[in-house]
Design a protein. Structure first.
Length: 235
């Protein structure tokens, strides 16, 4: 499995108790047309796990974010650009565990669609992930990599199988060529970066929020807007 997808899936699994809907049935991958740019800001996450595994986790405390984009272009190229920053503590079978994950992923390659799966190829390495496209939502469906805990989970519920995570990413709307030339001097340079940086992290409704810095028009000035800015930067 792609390291970038694996990182997102691991975060999803860890955050399930706090934010996600727990599914009783493993979701079905329906395929579709995944072409487009998909926003991973404020992920919606569903988790399918057996009741036995769910009962083994308690006292979950989560903080962090997943912020960025996945781009699947017509003709095959793909790009993943996102940041993951998560701190998790929990009790598993009576023992305390703590996990910290900080990662910035910038990955490119080519993809192909085979029925209901994306085949992601980087050099000589290929991985697959199941998916569904419904309207403006791309759902990535994959078993959660449990790493060192895989054997323990199997011993707790040997017939249940690993958890399955569903990431729901939203299609990025066409911004109509939103410009990052904030100072109006005809180029996107360092002064524009300073203006953008001063607004970074603000949301619609906050004092001082200015929509011109919200380059992807999602209501916040975040890492996805930074990616748009970088694409226009002249130096």
């Amino acid at each position: 499995m792609s390291a970038s997808i694996a990182a997102l899936m691991l975060v999803c699994c860890l955050s399930a108790t706090a934010d996600a809907e727990m599914l009783d049935l493993t979701p079905e991958a329906l395929g579709g047309d995944p072409t487009g740019t998909w926003d991973a800001d404020s992920l919606e996450i569903d988790i399918s796990a057996t009741p036995t595994l769910r009962a083994a986790v308690s006292d979950l405390v989560l903080s962090g974010f997943v912020d960025g984009q996945i781009s699947l272009e017509a003709g095959g190229p793909y790009r993943f650009d996102y940041q993951v920053d998560v701190d998790v503590s929990l009790t598993f079978l009576g023992g305390p565990l703590a996990v910290s994950l900080v990662d910035t992923v910038s990955e490119t390659g080519v993809y192909a669609v085979q029925d209901n799966r994306l085949v992601l190829t980087r050099g000589t390495v290929s991985d697959t992930v199941a998916f569904s496209v419904m309207a403006d939502t791309l759902s990535l469906i994959q078993e959660v990599p449990l790493g060192d805990f895989a054997g323990l989970a199997a011993s707790i519920d040997p017939d249940g199988g690993p958890p399955v995570a569903v990431l729901k990413l939203h299609r990025v709307a066409d911004t109509g060529g939103a410009s990052a030339d904030f100072d109006g001097d005809g180029s996107v340079g360092f002064t524009d970066f300073l203006l953008f940086a001063a607004s970074f992290g603000s949301r619609a409704g906050d004092p001082g929020f200015e929509s011109k810095f919200d380059l992807d028009s999602d209501g916040s000035v975040s890492f996805t807007d930074f990616l748009v800015f970088v694409g226009q930067f002249d130096g």
